[in-house]
Write a protein that binds this ligand. Sequence first.
Ligand code: FES
Length: 118
Amino acid sequence: MQAADSPPRTLNAVAETIDVCALDELPPGAIRRVEWEDVEIMVVNCGDELLAMEDRCSHDNGDLAEGELDPSRCAIECPRHGSRFDLRSGRPLNLPAYAPVETFPVSVEDGRVRVAVE
Ligand code: FES
């Protein structure tokens, strides 16, 4: 029996990891796409830093993986209207987009690039 002053029990969302590709298939400057449920995710090797972000511009659904990668800032420019997004935070760096795009943790396990989703 649970005491009256005990904190309520909560269920934590369990993260799922999805396989993207072998690490050597994602060299610096490369972008890979993976789909999870209805979400398209782009995984980018930005100067040996692996980053994952939803592949859909928050302004008007532009395909961000088709945009120009700026490896010096780890940013990508939407090919439709030019908003650039910080791949680490998902935040837009200029208008017309103003809402962030979701980002996802990336890991490497047994030489495979994996993205955590929930
Ligand atoms: S759709 Fe990306 S800036 Fe408009």
